[in-house]
Design a protein around this ligand. Structure first.
Ligand code: F6R
Length: 241
């Protein structure tokens, strides 16, 4: 795993934007694997700034998202579909037809997971962007998820429900289940870019990058990927030094 150190969140976002833009500019029909959450917001803002300033073209780009809450329609303000439209796609002029995400309202879970697995197999990601859970999760693959897993429905860990409650009116409103891309498909991406910012990620960063590769720390599997870059700010890198 290649590690790039950034002073703070600003610098992390700038370096992450450089990495993403290198792929977008060299591969105009790239498939981008994308993440939600707080961490990529600075990166997404910079991609939008760049698009406005330099006209970087997204007409042939396609996107695939990691995960979606179960039971939230795409119109719901807390759904990840809404998050992506609001924080990235509209700003880049990416049309809904260019984007893919699990359907949180799918009645038949197994059918929805099979649909997404087939889609992922048919759309190899040129780059997969990831955030890191404070418990070492990637996407919503919580500790002990088998490394060979495909798309599945998860019951979110208590720590994840707590971490995500800040985005809801109360902790009770956080959905308890989500569809998530599995670790097998994350590892299929040609390149992986994982971002970690803030002191609450320091332990997970250390375990991911320097600990044993174990299903107890899902992100540790990234040590086995041939082209994975971690961009980390000083607070999140505290235990690496
Ligand atoms: C988001 C996702 C999650 C987050 C992780 C970190 O699509 O799959 O794994 O990347 O929970 O979240 P933040 O960035 O909010 O700290």
């Amino acid at each position: 795993m290649k590690i790039i150190f950034a002073k703070d969140y600003e610098e992390l976002s700038k370096k992450a934007a450089e990495e993403m833009l290198a792929v977008i500019r060299s591969t105009p029909d790239a498939v981008l694997g994308l993440a939600t959450g707080t961490t990529p917001l600075g990166l997404y803002a910079r991609l939008i700034e760049d698009h406005k300033a330099n006209g970087t073209n997204y007409d042939r780009i396609r996107t695939v998202n990691l995960d979606e809450y179960k039971g939230l329609p795409a119109s719901h303000e807390q759904s990840y579909a809404y998050f992506m439209r609001h924080n990235l796609f509209e700003g880049l002029g990416i049309a809904p037809e260019q984007t893919n995400i699990e359907n949180g309202m799918a009645k038949d879970e197994a059918e929805e997971c099979a649909r997404y697995d087939a889609l992922l197999d048919a759309m190899p990601r040129d780059i997969q962007l990831l955030g890191l859970g404070s418990n070492g999760h990637i996407a919503f693959n919580e500790p002990k998820t088998p490394f060979g897993s495909g798309t599945h429905v998860v019951s979110l860990a208590e720590s994840t429900i707590k971490d995500n409650a800040r985005l809801f009116a109360s902790q009770d409103e956080v959905p308890r289940k989500a569809f998530t891309m599995g670790i097998r498909h994350i590892m299929q991406a040609k390149r992986i870019l994982i971002l970690a910012s803030g002191a609450n990620k320091a332990e997970a960063v250390f375990k991911m990058a320097k600990g044993p590769v174990t299903e107890d720390v899902p992100a540790s599997v990234l040590q086995l990927h041939p082209d994975c870059t971690l961009i980390v700010d000083e607070a999140a890198a505290a235990r690496l030094a």
